[in-house]
Design a protein around this ligand. Structure first.
Ligand SMILES: N[C@@H](CCC(=O)N[C@@H](CS)C(=O)NCC(=O)O)C(=O)O
Length: 203
């Protein structure tokens, strides 16, 4: 059975939602980032990057949400977790790569910089993060789901909608699609189960 290593509310939430949506059994191991558990020798043996998520499988240990989502989708054909045709699957990877490569670092810098950003540095970082969300809202996002039909991209996008919403950055007038999407994702039973396990409230 695969084991997902996660940290509550962190980007591993995307992989957690993916495992729950796939509906196959899995184990969960919580890594407390604040306590530094990502840097213990035991965890570094699973993921030498010292970050979550990681998925331990019979084939080996996998890191990076983009790869984990692709692996989960391809491991559960017929579950509608991602498009199965080559072009559709490439769109899925493309959307996820933008989240992982552009939205995550930009938003993460605003929210999690230590020491916290201040003054002009904070303003600049916030503008950059908002411009990444603008790209999703205006150009990348289809409706009602990120790719049109539901896919694991939706759980991944939900992570950053949660972060932006919690920081007061998800203005309803500027991001109507992202606001509606956040509510739609957290109405899904699998997502509600994951939020409960991670101790998170729906927003
Ligand atoms: N690109 C990686 C990023 C993983 C990542 O940075 N995870 C953060 C939590 S959102 C983490 O574990 N950080 C470790 C730390 O704070 O020391 C992915 O998408 O899986």
């Amino acid at each position: 059975m695969p084991t997902l290593y996660y940290s509550p509310g962190a980007c591993a939430l995307a992989s957690h939602i993916a495992m729950e949506e796939a509906g196959a059994p899995y184990d969960l191991k919580k890594i407390d980032l604040r306590a530094g558990e990502q840097r213990t020798p035991e965890y570094l043996a699973v993921n030498p990057k010292g970050s979550t998520p990681a998925l331990a499988t019979a084939e080996g240990n996998l890191s990076e949400n983009v790869a984990i989502l692709a692996y989960i989708a391809r491991s559960h054909p017929g579950k509608d977790l991602a498009p199965e045709d080559p072009w559709g699957f490439a769109q899925f990877v493309s959307f996820n790569a933008y989240l992982g490569g552009s939205v995550h670092p930009a938003l993460g810098k605003v929210l999690f910089s230590r020491p916290p950003l201040e003054g002009q540095a904070k303003t600049d970082a916030t503008e950059l993060a908002l411009s990444k969300l603008d790209m999703v809202e205006t150009h990348l996002m289809k409706e009602p789901w990120a790719l049109g039909d539901w896919s694991l991209s939706d759980g991944y996008l939900y992570v950053f909608e949660r972060w932006a919403f919690s920081a007061g950055l998800l203005d309803k007038a500027r991001f109507p699609k992202l606001n509606a999407h956040l509510k739609a994702v957290q109405a899904r039973p699998a997502v509600q189960r994951v939020l409960k396990v991670e101790g998170l409230e729906p927003l």
